[in-house]
Ligand binder design. Structure first.
Ligand SMILES: O=C(O)CCC(=O)C(=O)O
Ligand SMILES: [Fe+2]
Length: 236
């Protein structure tokens, strides 16, 4: 999505607080107080670590469930100023929790625009998607520099090759996930993606996952799939 400053505005609320969390200003013991707990993807740490032999993501990450508000686990939300190193407290002029809240609620507007747009292209009632897609996970990623190239890559489904995506300073990148692929009966394809890191500069990114409410059902919307239903109905 390109162009509108309104889409870029939310980033300003987290930009002053989040980079500092990763830059070594915050002591590891403090970050570990927000470490992921078994069975949860929220918190500080690496998700999907199932074996000591697997390759780990290069990034340092921190994830929280931010929407709907009643789904928040505030024990994962860093507080200010108590938990940060006293010598660097000046950096955290804004409360980190507040920055999260502001970012997340402003981002809901962006999400609504995206969902409305997608619903229109599928000729389905916007409500149908709004009601399903109500949960939001925010994930901050910090990639240390490394002797490599900086790029975002997506996999070309037809040829299996990785294609570099040049970031546009006035654009948000929207990746399609599996749930939308199923719901749209394959009209939207879930995109495999990965990131290459920079040789000399760290990379910071914020992913906003817009996901269906848990304990729900996801299935191809009937009128889209009238010729052939390509996906099974699944519980989330
Ligand atoms: O750093 C990026 O641009 C990608 C992040 C991402 O894909 C993720 O957090 O799942
Ligand atoms: Fe991703």
């Amino acid at each position: 999505m390109r162009g509108s400053p309104a889409f870029l505005l939310p980033f300003t609320s987290v930009a002053p607080t989040w980079p500092a969390f990763f830059y070594g200003v915050v002591a590891l013991e403090v970050k570990n107080a927000y470490a992921q707990r078994p069975g949860d993807l929220q918190g500080y740490g690496k998700a999907f670590v199932v074996s000591e032999d697997q390759k780990l993501d290069w990034s340092d990450s921190f994830a929280i469930r931010a929407q709907p508000p009643e789904a928040r686990h505030l024990s994962y939300w860093p507080t200010h100023p108590h938990t940060f190193s006293k010598t660097h407290i000046v950096i955290f002029v804004a409360s980190i929790r507040k920055s999260f809240e502001d970012y997340s609620s402003e981002f809901m507007q962006v999400t609504r625009s995206v969902v409305t747009f997608v619903a229109k292209t599928l000729h389905i009632d916007t409500k149908l998607m709004e009601d399903k897609y109500v949960s939001r996970v925010l994930k901050m990623n910090y990639y240390h520099p490394c002797m490599s190239m900086a790029e975002k890559l997506i996999r070309d489904g037809r040829h299996g090759a990785w294609i570099p995506v040049k970031p546009h300073p006035k654009a948000l990148l929207v990746n399609v996930g599996d749930f939308l692929e199923i719901m749209s009966n394959g009209t939207y394809k879930s995109i495999e993606h990965r990131v290459k890191i920079n040789a000399t500069q760290e990379r910071l990114s914020i992913s906003a996952f817009h996901i269906p409410v848990f304990d729900g059902i996801n299935s191809p919307v009937t009128h889209i799939a009238k010729d052939k239903v390509l996906y099974k109905t699944m519980m989330i």
